[in-house]
Design a protein. Structure first.
Length: 181
């Protein structure tokens, strides 16, 4: 079975538990922490996949490392993934859980690229304006600095990009002029 299918199944099961416990936001935050830890420590995944380390030692490591940080249901899911040698689906599972959560709440995640850090007010204004355009209640925007934009902003939501940057406008003008010649 592919990792994508496995990740979706675990995410769906964890999502149902989160709904029952009315802790959707808390579970989502926990999974972001887990994803960040695994992304920043590739040796941890290598160790958890190592065949010479026993499953009990791996589970003990996960339990001791995450016990104080995570909801017991999220921690049990991690232990189950270790038990079934599926630790490599954690990032995909977290992404799928976030997608399910966003779908339920009518929100979407996005990245705003700008030349400078935007204020919370500016991010909220962008969120309100673009949420209406894509038919969502709200957007959760992360601000990323990109000096190559010259000015303006570029917003990425999934596979959609809205480019209102000066460099983007200059590129469009250049393409138009090249077509005409």
């Amino acid at each position: 079975m592919s990792n994508e299918i496995v990740a979706k199944r675990y995410a769906s099961a964890l999502f149902q538990i989160a709904l029952e416990q009315e802790s959707l936001q808390a579970f989502e935050e926990d999974l972001k922490v887990v994803k960040q830890v695994f992304r920043s420590n590739p040796k941890l995944i290598a160790m958890l996949n190592h065949p010479k380390i026993s499953v009990n030692e791996k589970k003990s490591l996960v339990q001791s490392g995450f016990a104080s940080l995570l909801n017991p249901a999220v921690l049990n899911t991690l232990s189950l993934l270790v038990d079934r040698n599926r630790i490599d689906v954690i990032n995909e599972m977290a992404d799928e859980f976030t997608r399910l959560s966003n779908e339920k709440s009518g929100t979407e995640d996005g990245i705003v690229y700008s030349v400078r850090i935007l204020s919370n007010e500016e991010l909220n204004e962008l969120s309100v304006a673009f949420a209406k355009k894509i038919g969502k209640k709200a957007l959760r925007l992360e601000n990323v600095i990109d000096q190559s934009l010259v000015g303006g902003v570029k917003i990425r939501m999934g596979n959609r990009i809205y480019d209102g940057s000066i460099s983007g406008k200059l590129e469009r003008i250049e393409r138009t002029l090249v077509k005409r010649t």
